[in-house]
Design a protein around this ligand. Structure first.
Ligand SMILES: Cc1cc2nc3c(=O)[nH]c(=O)nc-3n(C[C@H](O)[C@H](O)[C@H](O)COP(=O)(O)O)c2cc1C
Length: 279
């Protein structure tokens, strides 16, 4: 269930009274298509409704006259507190509400996660729970992509023999042998069409997963896959990737081993890297 502050507004023509949503309802409610029916409360008053798309991922919910009256709406912007979840019963038959994965809560704020993340290359034997794994995959799927094409697929490596085989073929990815699992982030040329922004989208997804893993106290490292390299060929063949789908990155994941210290790094803030307006 989503809980958020919002404002009830009247459009300039004075015909519609509505509540803009502060998130992309399609993404949050995992409804790739069709009408989105919702239910919840506004200032504690229950409602059931459906959402209208305003384009570019923006959604509004219309507020009918009865609800306006209950809320004491008099035409001026009214700040309210909203709860909202999918109304599965109102979903037309044939289009059942698909529940998203349950996600693990995390207490680390974004700036701290960005500042303190490091590559971790040694892990304990402890497995990663399905909830945590789903949270990481969800984070990957939240990444930005050009024209929102989302040209990625995430292939989970959980078989120990497979992890060992892939690790043995690339010294830079040797940590896969002791990883609890791996995620191969694949780019799909069938979706992206051209090469142009495929790697960027997969890189953004990879970084989302790394940051999320770190903020959930896991250790992870990004293993690069060089185009046309023997490792890329091995990944493509061994993982039986379909035509026009390429492995772009491989993420090794696990619970950090006590010995997993990262090498000392230069302070990241570097004024010499900063240019204002012109070089
Ligand atoms: C495109 C890319 C490819 C990388 N490939 C590897 C790799 O093959 N093996 C590895 O151990 N680390 C790899 N890394 C991780 C970098 O070595 C690491 O991010 C860098 O040294 C900075 O350290 P930090 O991640 O702890 O900040 C890669 C990182 C990027 C962005």
């Amino acid at each position: 269930m989503q809980t958020f502050p919002a404002e009830i507004l009247k459009d300039t023509a004075g015909r519609l009274t509505y509540l803009p949503l502060p998130f992309s309802a399609r993404e949050i409610f995992h409804q790739p298509k069709g009408t989105i029916y919702v239910q919840g409360t506004i200032n504690g008053i229950p409602y059931r409704s459906r959402l209208l798309s305003r384009g570019s991922g923006c959604y509004i919910m219309l507020i009918d006259k009865v609800l306006q009256k209950s809320l004491g709406f008099c035409g001026l912007p009214l700040p309210v507190s909203v709860t909202m979840s999918l109304d599965a019963q109102a979903q037309p038959s044939g289009a059942p509400a698909v529940p998203g994965p349950s996600l693990s809560p995390c207490a680390m704020d974004t700036i701290t996660a960005v500042k303190t993340r490091t590559s971790v290359r040694h892990y304990t034997d402890a497995p990663i729970t399905p909830d945590v794994l789903n949270t990481l995959l969800y984070a990957g799927m939240c990444a930005p992509s050009a024209k929102n094409k989302r040209p990625w697929h995430f292939l989970l490596l959980e078989d120990r023999n497979l992890l060992t085989e892939l690790s043995a073929a690339n010294p830079n990815a040797r940590m896969l042998a002791e990883a609890a699992c791996g995620i191969v982030v694949c780019g799909d040329h069938n979706i992206e069409g051209t090469n142009v922004f495929l790697c960027e989208a997969c890189a953004a997804a990879t970084q989302n997963i790394l940051l999320c893993a770190h903020s959930l106290a896991l250790g992870a490292v990004w293993c690069g896959v060089l185009p046309h390299s023997p490792w890329q060929k091995l990944l493509t063949q061994t993982l039986n990737l379909p035509p026009k789908v390429s492995p772009i990155t491989v993420i090794a994941l696990g619970h950090p081993a006590p010995s997993a210290t990262s090498p000392e790094k230069a302070a990241p803030w570097d004024p010499a890297k900063l240019h204002r307006a012109t070089w």
